[in-house]
Design a protein around this ligand. Sequence first.
Ligand SMILES: *Cc1c(COP(=O)(O)O)cnc(C)c1O
Length: 385
Amino acid sequence: MATPAQARVDLAAIRHNVSLLKEQAGGAELMGAVKADAYGHGLVPASEAALEGGASRLGTAFVREALALRAAGVTAPILSWLITPDEPLDQALEADVELSAADARLLGEIAEVARRTGRTAKLHLEADTGMSRGGAPLAAWPGLLAKALELRAEGVIDIVGVWSHFACADIPGHPSIALQIEAFETALKLAEQAGAAGSHVIRHLSNSAAAMTLPAARYDLVRPGIAMYGLSPIPELGDFGLRPAMTLVAQVGLVKRVPEGSGVSYAHLYVTDRETTLGLVPLGYADGILRHATGRAEVLAGGRRRRIAGRVCMDQFMIDMGDDPLSAGDEVVLFGPGDGGEPTAQEWADTLGTITHEIVTRIGSRVPRVHEHTSSVTTGTSRRP
Ligand SMILES: *Cc1c(COP(=O)(O)O)cnc(C)c1O
């Protein structure tokens, strides 16, 4: 390993997961959610793997993420759904990036850019069906439709999608699920009656959890994220046959023998109870190893699980290897698919009281992503191990 640590990303696993999701989608299109650097897996290689696995579209939060995909030569349709004032909308229209809109202010701003650049903006209108995050509340929905139809008549926008997002799809049986589907049906009916939802308009509602458990909510397209990367959207229901794509490894840096009673790392939260050998692992909270993992999370080192000994620092943490030490340069596995006895990202999430989305997206920019099992059709943006 030429670097102190790396995140290995198995692109074959992403292709496998996406084809599994596509199969389950029963004819619906699949838009791979690749925001936040493809959940930390490397935007371009992971997106290419998703497209190879059967995704026909990609979704990002911000326009800049979509533009990065275009700059890398990705030609598939891309939707950006989190548009704030002063996003580079002219570049978005130039690069044929589809945009989400949920209020008249943004519609107006997009129309202005479309008039100026002479390009028709492709819009997905977002309804708030009960999450109260993005989207137009149903009370404002007819007004949004009216404004969008006006701009469509002017020729500055096209309505290509109507969509919404679940708040509780990962909580099977949550009463809000049925209510959100009902509200989405209402939004669709209003759009149809207004003439804003013709047959070419794509209706979409489902994240990973919904795509895998709610056939009634598939509509024309599903928008999975976490499941593409092989992590279960509903851990209580098992792994759904998904394969975790990311393995986070580090090289043991310093190895040293210390006496009984040695206080380890900041605040001496761990004190050795015998003479022992400590190993330094060069990953810290700046790399996404949450400080909260102090004394909690485990790693696989020398074929055995070892708990993080003492405080996680900015760049490093220690493990207590007892009388069974590794050597400097040996590999420690923080998490991976679990096949070799290493913890999984799910185990880290459970230990730290969070979700796997947060575990993988927080791996920092100092940790190189090394892409494995690139297929022959990828453009070579990723490295082989
Ligand atoms: C992140 C996101 C998704 C994917 O969610 P997962 O839970 O990772 O499947 C889908 N749609 C929108 C709007 C999102 O923000």
